[in-house]
Design a protein around this ligand. Sequence first.
Ligand SMILES: [Cu+2]
Length: 438
Amino acid sequence: MRHLFYNSVAAGRRPMASFGIQTAAMWRPSPMIRPISSAARNSSSSRKTVAGVPAVLAFICAGGLTYSVFRRDSSLGLFRKSNASGGNPASSPTDTFPSVEYYKSLDEQTDVDKLPVEEARLTTAPNAPPVITRKHPVLLRVPLQTITSLSQVTNQYKYEEWTFNGTTPGPFIRARVGDVVELSLTNCDVTGNPHNIDSHAFAGPGGGSALTTAEENETKTGRFKLLCPGLYIYHCAAAPVPVHIANGMYGLMYVQPEDQDLPPVDREYYVMQSEIYHEPPELDDYGRPLNVVEFSYPRGLREEPNAIVFNGKESALTRDAPLKARVGETIRIFFGNAGPNLTSAFHVIGSHFLNCYRDGDVMSPPARFVGTTSVPPGGTSIVDMKMVVPGSYTIVDHAIFRIDKGAVGFINVSGPQRPDIYVGNLPPQPCVGCKLHA
Ligand SMILES: [Cu+2]
């Protein structure tokens, strides 16, 4: 049904209307309010018009019609879903996806030398690169460096992070199905540790790690054709893998579908959750605890993090840089969970995920009006929210004790009040000691 939606946008409807109930209901009606689907209506009328005709003949006719619709739809794009079911594509027996054509396309060779060359636009969290509008594949150059960085990861302690391009999480990489990513990894880590890239977007052994393992002062380059659309984690997979991930070597790669990206929104953000495991601070010459801590393998094994944070630091989305929006705007969060151990119950207090692309799956119809979504380690989700009431909204892992370990972020929404939606007899007043409201 997505192309119907896109048609409505192309016809001049405001993008914001895409999140209205009417449009969303067109997309995939909920079981509670589902109207009779066009397929069901056709089926019903077919039964009337074929009265007296052997049932087997009616079945063959209906099957032929459905097959022809499916073939027509498939010809529009290898990744496009069939619309033959008329209301609930996921339930249609014709809606086998990916299509046979898609599997055949994997046998086709790409002449990489004939692709235009493009430099990837990399961004640092919480920013996401702009939407890719080109309609052709490119050789997409992605230069990454591994660098260590002493960072204030909690309000109390500094910690030496291992990073891609100097930040945790690493840069957001945006590409398109059919692109060939030319990833070069230069190891600038003076500690002597080897590093590499395992991207869940890459096809092949190790997700690219075997080709990209770089020793100190070495550069390794690999080319990887992007076969599958979606939002994927990338991370270092050098041994010991848990240590490299826990130390901050992870990021997100979004592979846009070749035909149709997600509905447009006003702002896109990049947020990742992760855990920090550290030993108690050592003492200085005067017996005072240092403000720098080091990684703790035993705590990682026990899955007992000292801190659980968004975008690498306790204050990344609170004191340092809360996300921003204006009343009436729709925002999208590309969310990833680096783990290494804990599943996130991702939630934004006071808002709803009007579209929730669970597991980073951008080809299936999204879940709608979701309050909390589960994101495992190594997993992702894309959520859209329309901000209708001004104020502070809190990003949390709803395994709620984790707010005391740092899993708090804010979205500050400015604009006129909406007393028709949200009002009390006194002004808003956060409770004493509240960590969830700015
Ligand atoms: Cu590494």
